[in-house]
Design a protein around this ligand. Sequence first.
Ligand SMILES: [Zn+2]
Length: 165
Amino acid sequence: MLINTPRYGGGGIYNQWMCSSSDHATFKQVLVHEFGHSYAGLADEYNYGDNHVEWYPSDTEPWEPNITTLKDFDRKWKSLIKPGTPVPTPPTIADYNTARRQMTTAQLNEKTQRVGVFEGAGYMARGAYRPAELCRMNVNEVDDFCPVCTRAIIDITDFYTGTVK
Ligand SMILES: [Zn+2]
């Protein structure tokens, strides 16, 4: 659904719908992010800092393919992590807003492709983990989904087209 408003926003529900505002400057970026929710069931990889609600209880592995509580991480993206990568993985970006000012778009895009287990995801600063420092499911300012989200989009496409291996 396109909502004819200049206000920022959007939403996506897996297997149901997605919406975005038609006249905001980030219309295209929001649309791609919401597509991730509605088409591939991807979770938000951002967090709201320390003022979080426990959206994802520590005794339960989230069903979404791109976040984990480490309760049952083996069935998530463990196979995509280079050997020797620490879990949790220390980020190279301490403050994203500072990084946006100091790094080029290409440098920010590089952050989408290094797979690890970065703490802070699913609205929670602690106790939930994402696969990349940056991803389209985290910020609008990068071009790509991380490899884990990309794999999830390919998997659901294979499912819908009958090419599941
Ligand atoms: Zn991702």
